[in-house]
Each structure stands twice: as structure tokens, then as C-alpha cells.
Design a protein around this ligand. Structure first.
Ligand code: ADP
Ligand code: MG
Length: 379
């Protein structure tokens, strides 16, 4: 359906048929929050919701992009960061990052349609970048193996758009597989596709969008990164990844700053929780990951301080309604919560969260169940 919308948008804007359709998903991070830029571990899976790029050829050195979410098309030639601003910067950034990596990017006309909610922590930005990147690589026959694509898309977002995000989002959108969670080592970029077939166990992941307004996201994200870098510097390691759970107490004793100490504790314990979660999933014990999810939330709430009231309330309510575990997912300060539940409890948990929000006077949440979908692909 979303593919039809992209093809239709292409026809309407360019008066021609697209050469092809490329899709890339949003993602949910099952566990491992803010560990990516600490060179640690993450465990995302791809959402069934995807962004589709309908793409056709254009003269060399010319690109045009439109989106069903935006009025008018944006055209650009070869640019440097800052050359295109606004939403189209994500697309111009991909073109720039591919050139910067030494590729000859084919000119293209692009139409975007998406069913990934924007700005909700489900990574619509990476879905946009990854759909366009995959299309341009295919159309141009570029020699860019899948494992090297996320870093190119990440450079588009970091350097061209100017958002200092880690490698998690683009890796998930490009490398995830259906029915699997992606265990990614953010230092080596090595991956393991971990079995994550919820339906087979009668389970579901309920995603609850808190619909809380995102506030100070970029500033707070930057501040967390700085604290982590400060912690690594004080401890004399390249990244917090290098502090093991066993070494945590010693490490904390060497840090005077109470805030840095808490930030370090979150990252080190979160890396351990990812490893434990992977162990349980490998053993087919999906239900048992619940307490790790909840512990991750508590750590984000108390030590990393990136949750908001709405998010905490959704977690507490889901747990009170019998969820095996629940946590905020994504960078924080709003966004979504995921809850691991028995599949037949989705309506009851959703109703309870809606009621709790109404009582608290919060904007109503949006909730839906998800399964692990495929990564970026030509349709
Ligand atoms: P998230 O990645 O969590 O959804 P971001 O702030 O990182 O939030 O990215 C959202 C931004 O990405 C939007 O504000 C918009 O600029 C751009 N974007 C994502 N998807 C689309 C789309 N389908 N059409 C136009 N712009 C999009
Ligand atoms: Mg994003």
C-alpha cells in the first residue's frame, strides 16, 4: 500500500513511471540504549512500517526529491553539507556521503512515501536515508557491500544534517532480517541475526507511542555523549565499552562527578543487559528477557535520566497489566515504549495505558503490536 503511494507520488510529480521501488524500515531497539556511540552492543529489530522511495533516472549531477509529507519538490546538484536544508537534507546527505566515499552517484528523481511515524524515536530518518541509499546503490551499480552501507548513511545524518547520532538506526534499517533481532557490535560492526519469532511463542511486542512532545532532544543527546566521553577519558579507556560489568565498582570509585558516575553506570550495565538478552534469545527463552527490559528502563530513568513522565507511566501501567517487561525505546525525552506481552493481552494493556493517560491529563497515546520485519530491499 505504501509502495503504491510512493509510485503514485512519483507519477504525479514527474509524469513518468519509476524505474523501481526501494523500501527501508523504521526500527525498534529491543535493548541497548545510548550504547552505540560508546562502541558497545545494541539489539534492534526492523518494524513492519517502512519508507518507500520510488526512483527513476535523471541527467548526471541532478537530483530531485519529493515526499507525500511535504509540499513541492526539492532539486539540487553536487552539494557540500549545509547546501540543502530541511527534510531534503537527509536525501542530499546520502548523495553527498556516497560521493565522499568515492562513488559516482547516478542522477535521480525520487518520490518518498512512509508509514513510519516521524520524530517518535522509531527512526524515520534512517528509514528515509536507507531507502534512498539502497536505491542509488542499486541504480548506479555501486560497489558498496551491505555491511559498509550503514556508516555512509550515518555520515549523511551526522555531517550533512548535523545530528550527532550513533550507528544503531542505519544498521537496523539496512541489516535487519525478518523474524530476527540484530545483535550488533558497534565497534567491529559484526552482527548476529538472533531468532526473534514472537508469534511462535504466543508473544507480542506492543509499541506505545507516548505522543509526548520531544523537548531539547539534540542538546540533551549531546550532553549525554559528552558525559560518556568524559567517563571514558577519566577511566583511561577508548570507550565505555571497555569497562566490563565486573570492573564497574572499581571504575565508579575512580569518578568523582556524581552525574558522570551515573551515566557510566547506565552504559556499562546496559551493555551487560544486551549480552544477557542475546543469551536468552539464543536459548529460545524470550519471556525471560522481560526483567532485563524493565531493568533497562529503570537505568534510563534513574541513571541516564532520559525518560519523561508519559513514558514512565506507560511502562508502569504495562507492567501492572502483566507485561513481562517494558522499557522506553529510542534516544529518549519522549518517543515510544515497548512492552513484551502475551499476544492476547494487547487490547487490555492498550486500554489501561489510555486510561492512565486520560487520568493524568496527557495527550492520548497510540499503541500497536509489531513483529520483526525485513531490512532495506528492492521491492
Ligand atoms: P525519527 O528518526 O525518530 O523519526 P528524527 O528527528 O531523527 O526522528 O527524523 C525525523 C525527520 O526526518 C523529519 O523531521 C523529516 O525531516 C525527516 N523525514 C523522515 N521521514 C520523512 C518522510 N517520509 N518525508 C519527509 N521527511 C522525512
Ligand atoms: Mg532519527
Amino acid at each position: 500500500m505504501i509502495a503504491d503511494a510512493a509510485a503514485e507520488a512519483f507519477r504525479k510529480e514527474y509524469g513518468a513511471e519509476p524505474a523501481g521501488l526501494w523500501a527501508a524500515p523504521g526500527r525498534v531497539n529491543l535493548i541497548g540504549e545510548h550504547t552505540d556511540y560508546n562502541e558497545g552492543f545494541v539489539l534492534p529489530f526492523a518494524l513492519p512500517q517502512r519508507t518507500v522511495a520510488a526512483v527513476g533516472p535523471a541527467p548526471a549531477g541532478e537530483w530531485t526529491v519529493c515526499s507525500t509529507f511535504e509540499d513541492g519538490a526539492v532539486s539540487f546538484g553536487r552539494t557540500e553539507p549545509g547546501g540543502v536544508t530541511g527534510w531534503a537534507a537527509y536525501v542530499a546527505g546520502v548523495v553527498w556521503a556516497l560521493h565522499d566515499a568515492g562513488h559516482e552517484v547516478p542522477g535521480a528523481r525520487i518520490a518518498i512515501a512512509s508509514e513510519v511515524p516521524l520524530g517518535s524515536g522509531l527512526s524515520s530518518s534512517a528509514a528515509l536515508e536507507s531507502s534512498v541509499l539502497t536505491a542509488l546503490v542499486d541504480l548506479g551499480g555501486l560497489d558498496l557491500p551491505v555491511e559498509r552501507r550503514p556508516a555512509v548513511a550515518q555520515r549523511a545524518e551526522n555531517v550533512y544534517v548535523g545530528a550527532p547520532t550513533g550507528i544503531l538506526d542505519q544498521s537496523a534499517s539496512i541489516r535487519c532480517q525478518e523474524g530476527r533481532a540484530l545483535f550488533l557490535d558497534c565497534r567491529s560492526y559484526e552482527v548476529e541475526q538472533v531468532p526473534f519469532d514472537l508469534a511462535a511463542e504466543g508473544l507480542a511486542i506492543l509499541v506505545i507511542n507516548s505522543n509526548a512532545p520531544h523537548q531539547h532532544v539534540d542538546g540533551e543527546y549531546g550532553a549525554r555523549r559528552k558525559s560518556c566521553e568524559e567517563g571514558a577519558r577519566l577511566l583511561g579507556v577508548p570507550a565505555l565499552r571497555d569497562i566490563s560489568g565486573d570492573g564497574l565498582d572499581d571504575a565508579l570509585a575512580r569518578i568523582d562527578d556524581e552525574v558522570v558516575r551515573r551515566r557510566v553506570r547506565h552504559i556499562v550495565t546496559e551493555d551487560d543487559r544486551v549480552l544477557e538478552t542475546v543469551e536468552l534469545l539464543r536459548a529460545g527463552r524470550t519471556r525471560d528477557i522481560g526483567p532485563l527490559l524493565t531493568a533497562s528502563h529503570v537505568s534510563m530513568r534513574d541513571d541516564f535520566e532520559i525518560t519523561v513522565e508519559q513514558v514512565d507511566l506507560a511502562v508502569d501501567t504495562a507492567l501492572a497489566e502483566g507485561a513481562y517487561g517494558a522499557r522506553m525505546t529510542g534516544g529518549g525525552f519522549g518517543g515510544c515504549v515497548l512492552a513484551l506481552i502475551d499476544a492476547d493481552r494487547a487490547e487490555a494493556v492498550t486500554a489501561a495505558v489510555e486510561q492512565a493517560y486520560a487520568q493524568a491529563g496527557f495527550t492520548a497515546p497510540t499503541a500497536w503490536t509489531v513483529t520483526a520485519g525485513p531490512g532495506a530491499t528492492r521491492l
